[in-house]
Write a protein that binds this ligand. Structure first.
Ligand code: F6R
Length: 248
C-alpha cells in the first residue's frame, strides 16, 4: 500500500490540493468534467482551503467539476449547522465557481422507505457520469471510510447505516452531546469507493496513528473496513508524520 508521509498537515494538504487542481485542469483541456468524491470532517479542510486559494488567486475554475460527497447523517435537514450540506457550503462550495447542479450530497430528509431507491440512484448518477475520477477519504477511529463502520462488506453500495458508538462520541462536540448525534447515516459503500479511478486517504496527527497502523499493516478484515483498501491498486495514503508514527 503506497504511503507518503509529509512533515505536517499543511504541506500534505497542499500536495493533495495540487493533485486535484491538476486533474480539474487536465479535464478542462479535454473539454471534460472532473468527477470528484469528497469527504467532510476535519481532515480535508486545509485541502479545501488551498483549492479556494487556487480559485481566488490563481484562476482555478470549478465550472467543469462534478462532486459526490461520501455521506450525510440521517435524519438531517440540509440547513442544520451539523449537516454535511452546510459544512461543504461553508468550507468549499460557497467560495468557488462550482455549478450548484453539479453538487451531490446524500439527502438526509427522505422518508426511510425511499432511501433504498435513492441510494441506487446515487450510484447510478456516478456511473452514468463515467465513475469517480478521484475519491478523497479520511479515516475514523473505528476504521471507517465514509461511514462504512466495522462489519461493512467489501462490495457494499450506497446505503443507510447505523453509526458506531465511537463515531457518535467523536461527533458529539459538534452536536452538543452524543445523545444529539443521529444514530444513522447514508454513506457510499466500500464498493462504491473502490470503483474510483484514484483514491487518496488522508490522516493527520497522533490520534489517528493506531488506526492508520491497523489500516496499512493489519489483517484485511470487516472489523477495520479501511483494511479493504489494501486490496486496491489505486489507493495512496497521505499522512503527516504523527499519523504515520506507528508504522513499521
Ligand atoms: C466524512 C467521512 C468520515 C471522516 C472520518 C474522519 O465524510 O466520511 O469517514 O473522514 O470520520 O473524520 P475527521 O476528518 O473529522 O477526523
Amino acid at each position: 500500500l503506497p504511503v507518503t508521509v509529509f512533515p505536517n498537515q499543511e504541506e500534505a494538504s497542499i500536495a493533495v490540493a495540487n493533485r486535484i487542481a491538476a486533474l480539474i485542469k487536465n479535464k478542462q483541456e479535454k473539454g471534460e468534467s472532473a468527477v470528484l468524491g469528497l469527504a467532510t470532517g476535519a481532515t480535508p479542510v486545509k485541502v479545501y482551503d488551498e483549492l479556494i486559494r487556487l480559485h481566488k488567486e490563481e484562476g482555478l475554475s470549478f465550472k467543469n467539476v462534478i462532486t459526490f460527497n461520501l455521506d450525510e447523517y440521517y435524519p438531517m435537514q440540509p440547513d442544520a449547522e451539523q449537516s454535511y450540506v452546510y459544512f461543504m457550503n461553508r468550507v468549499l462550495f460557497n467560495h468557488v465557481d462550482i455549478d450548484r447542479n453539479n453538487i451531490h450530497i446524500p439527502d438526509g430528509t427522505l422518508p426511510e422507505e425511499q432511501i433504498h431507491d435513492y441510494c441506487l440512484q446515487y450510484e447510478k448518477k456516478i456511473s452514468d457520469l463515467g465513475g469517480l475520477d478521484l475519491q478523497i477519504l479520511g479515516i475514523g477511529r473505528t476504521g471507517h471510510i465514509g461511514f462504512n463502520e466495522p462489519g461493512s462488506a467489501p462490495n457494499s453500495g450506497t446505503r443507510l447505516v447505523t453509526l458506531d458508538d465511537l463515531t457518535r462520541r467523536d461527533a458529539s462536540r459538534n452536536f452538543g452531546g452524543k445523545e444529539n448525534v443521529p444514530t444513522k447515516a447514508i454513506t457510499m459503500g466500500v464498493g462504491t469507493i473502490f470503483k474510483a479511478r484514484e483514491i487518496i486517504l488522508m490522516a493527520w496527527n497522533g490520534t489517528k496513528a493506531q488506526i492508520v497502523k491497523k489500516a496499512v499493516e493489519g489483517a484485511i478484515s470487516a472489523e477495520v473496513p479501511a483494511t479493504y483498501l489494501q486490496l486496491s491498486d489505486n489507493v495512496e495514503f497521505i499522512l503527516d508524520k504523527d499519523a504515520a508514527s506507528g508504522l513499521t
